[in-house]
Write a protein that binds this ligand. Structure first.
Ligand code: TXA
Ligand code: MG
Length: 351
């Protein structure tokens, strides 16, 4: 059975943290909030404990995990070398939603890295995650705390829905503030390469590093740097149609047309839009579950609400979801990436 322990997100109760830390040290699984999404944690130095993560998630063993650290001072426990930009990046972005791919130290079991000689590491910016790391004194391997392929959890209720009975404990620290996963940056590539856009914007990395490549692969690509980056992922049960393009008005009208066509075919339709757009087209979409994610120019709010909105539509029994991209600037790139991976159909409008 799974224990659900409520904790103060800003100032977590030491007794609750001590209990969760003890479970980790015994090789059990503990789900906990980070600033991005909830993680499903195990002792990263214990191969047996790590294998339980894959079982609980239904995740294939060839999909490597992120190792969470209390601070950059822990890097030598899990990485074999520190390439030049690490110190600068750590000072600028940690704690925070940036994961670095670095050479693996022998202490990290190959179960964590899916057999790779590199390891993904980050220092999370959440008081509960940091308290757990300090109290356990363990590097914590943690993927997002959802069943494999599904939508990542941004509340403890989401974790409970997916993993009750499969983990020893869930620390409930309320909704996660960023709402999309960390940016994964490969520092073993030159120039450094973003393998997954996320909470740390590309522009912020470029300000420090100069040129940064963004890997735009697909599951079909032989050059895929890690199997975990497969195309279909982060997906709700409902079929999602994503409209891509640059002309905001054309995007909105196409979303409306697609939603109307799906309704006409008898689908139960959900639509995700920015607040202003939702208000503009509300009257055109009777019978549609229309969710407003946040103001058009507040991508942080849109990112924060995205996963809960997808889960809400699934819970409502919606069979088809229609949405549009929110551009490629800042968090827009991460939102676009997740929507692309969640989509069954992508419509690209010419500009
Ligand atoms: O925000 C986050 O990153 C959340 C929280 C819990 O920290 N974690 C998360 O983990 O999203 P997960 O396992 O769902 O995604 C980890 C990503 C995968 O796409 C995986 O392929 C990639 O990181 N990754 C891990 N180790 C890697 C490696 N050695 N080389 C390349 N990619 C790696
Ligand atoms: Mg995940």
């Amino acid at each position: 059975t799974t224990r659900l322990i409520r904790v103060n997100a800003q100032d977590p109760e030491p007794a609750a943290i001590a209990e969760a830390a003890a479970l980790l040290r015994q090789g059990e699984l503990v789900a906990f909030p980070t600033e991005t999404v909830y993680g499903l944690g195990a002792n990263a130095l214990d191969a047996h404990a790590v294998r339980r993560i894959f079982e609980a998630k239904g995740r294939p063993a060839n999909d490597p995990l992120i190792v969470h650290l209390a601070s950059a001072a822990w890097l030598p426990r899990v990485v074999a070398a520190l390439p030049a930009p690490v110190e600068t990046l750590a000072a600028r972005f940690w704690p925070g939603p940036l994961t670095l791919i670095l050479p693996r130290a022998p202490a990290v079991p190959l179960e964590v890295t899916a057999g790779l000689e590199t390891v993904a590491v980050r220092v999370p910016a959440h008081p509960v995650a940091l308290a757990l790391l300090h109290a356990s004194d363990l590097p914590i391997a943690a993927p997002s705390a959802n069943r494999f392929g599904g939508v990542s959890p941004t509340t403890a209720e989401h974790v409970w829905h997916d993993l009750a009975g499969r983990v020893a404990c869930i620390l409930d620290g309320g909704p996660t503030p960023i709402g999309v996963e960390s940016t994964v940056l490969d520092l073993t590539a030159s120039p450094p390469r973003i393998l997954r856009p996320g909470g740390t914007p590309r522009e912020a990395l470029e300000a420090v590093l100069g040129t940064v490549e963004v890997w735009e692969g697909s599951a079909a690509s032989a050059a895929q740097p890690s199997p975990g980056l497969l195309a279909k992922h982060y997906a709700p049960r409902a079929r999602l149609t994503l409209v891509l393009g640059e002309d905001a008005e054309a995007l909105l009208m196409r979303v409306v047309e697609e939603a109307q066509a799906l309704c006409a075919r008898g689908e139960r339709v959900g639509v995700l839009l920015a607040d202003e757009d939702a208000r503009q087209v509300e009257a055109l979409l009777p019978g549609v579950t229309l969710l407003a994610l946040g103001p058009r120019d507040d991508l942080a709010e849109i990112a924060r609400n995205l996963y809960a909105a997808l889960r809400h539509l699934d819970a409502q029994g919606v069979t088809a979801i229609v949405t549009r991209e929110f551009g490629r600037r800042g968090l827009g790139l991460a939102i676009r990436d997740r929507l692309r991976r969640a989509a069954s159909q992508i419509i690209t409008l010419d500009s």
